[in-house]
Design a protein. Sequence first.
Length: 191
Amino acid sequence: MRTLTLLLLGVLAVPAPGATNDVIEGNPSAAVKVTIFEDLQCGYCQTLRTMLDEKLLPRYGTQVAFIHRDLPLGRHDWARSAAMVARWIYEQNPNLSIVFRRELLSEQEHITKASLKPWVVEFAARNKLSEQGITAALDDPRLGITVDQDLQLATTRGIKKIPAVYIAGQSFIETIVYDDLAKAIDQALAR
């Protein structure tokens, strides 16, 4: 039912035209872009993910492009590998990449560096993805470069805490309130 709802809202993840590095939910051709820097091992990012699924996508999914950027923090021992797997899955199936991000964030409390590989292998099996491909993605240098590009962008913006959300020049860092995001999106849509 959830998938059907997302299909009807048009909020599935799809590559932006000409931008294969962008993980986008919502409307990739929307004039309003919301950039989200996240760490797949971050509790605050899980809270933002829930807000995105329950409030932002249902309300704005057809009008806004939600662009995901990976910012795995150094203190998180498996976040970088998880981001690389998410990028590999995106290359296979953009919509499944969002499912991966959602499930991983919801299970993060139970995942360790040692259990990440079995977790992604199980995800691959459930979703008919290549076990060999998904395990290779855990330390694929090519995917690491993609994650590094997001890290570089975060560095140039001075981002040190996550999640970080950017809407039309406004930034929202770490503790994010739905009403604040909705107000910024409404203002951007009104322009």
